[in-house]
Write a protein that binds this ligand. Sequence first.
Ligand code: NAP
Length: 264
Amino acid sequence: MTIRGDTLLYGVVGNPIKHSLSPVFQNRFFKTFGINAIYVPLEVDKSQATKFLKNAGYFGFRGLNVTLPYKEIALKVAKHVDKHAKEIGAANTLRFENGEVYAYNTDWIGVLKSLDGFCNPKSVLVLGAGGAAKAGIYALLNIGAEVFVWNRTASKAKTLCSKMGCKAVRSVEEFIKSVDLLVNATSANLDAELFNYDLLSEKVSIFDMSYRQTKLLKFAKERGCNVKDGLDMLIYQGIESFKIWTNLEARYQDALSAINESGY
Ligand code: NAP
């Protein structure tokens, strides 16, 4: 692709952002459809995040993905907010048009599509109460699951649950045996032990939103649990964002090939 005067500009905003795989597959989508556009990683300082997200359209951006820790800010700067982003309380996709900011959440669709064919849970324990957890809870409630939430800062789980209609719990150990799916939506380090992993049994499926190998996934695999990492969620949320910007349906397989070729 040749970068020209009329090359369209997209990107992903977060901090840190160097680990992001979104540029790898979003650029592949543009190439596949023959669109002269570029999608870049943008590590924006906290002090400038609100200003940047509010004004990116004036600097030529057509669309942005927004990731940790700016999804709540992305929601606040938008004049037009999609119903799902509003209910979730976080936005991961922005579209800029005629000086106005439009916000969407596609993470919850990423969760729904990831669970399709993996697990049809009746009761779920979600770890975390940040933007990704909220999208996951929204998706799970949408498919009629009973949702329990544990968070390191318990008060955040309580507030979130009273808004969304789930149940905050104080102890993972107490609930792990009574659910059929455990979702890790924390940003804890890959080697963190969030609870006593000896309690994992093959009766519980594990969905870890991280797309790197966590200690939780490693333990769960060893225990014979049905496990899924966050790679499919990442790809599916990205396909939905691409559709919002272009009205085009990108292919899962294109994203996966681009990611595999990148040496991930
Ligand atoms: P966030 O809004 O910053 O929330 C982070 C959450 O993790 C909070 O609930 C926080 O608890 C908890 N946490 C952080 N460190 C912890 C620790 N050491 N022990 C226990 N809990 C801890 O982040 P987010 O946007 O929700 O992202 C969460 C994770 O999901 C990240 O790993 C992110 O990469 C992943 N994610 C994946 C996808 C995908 O497409 N696969 C999409 C979105 C996010 P406190 O409230 O106590 O601080």
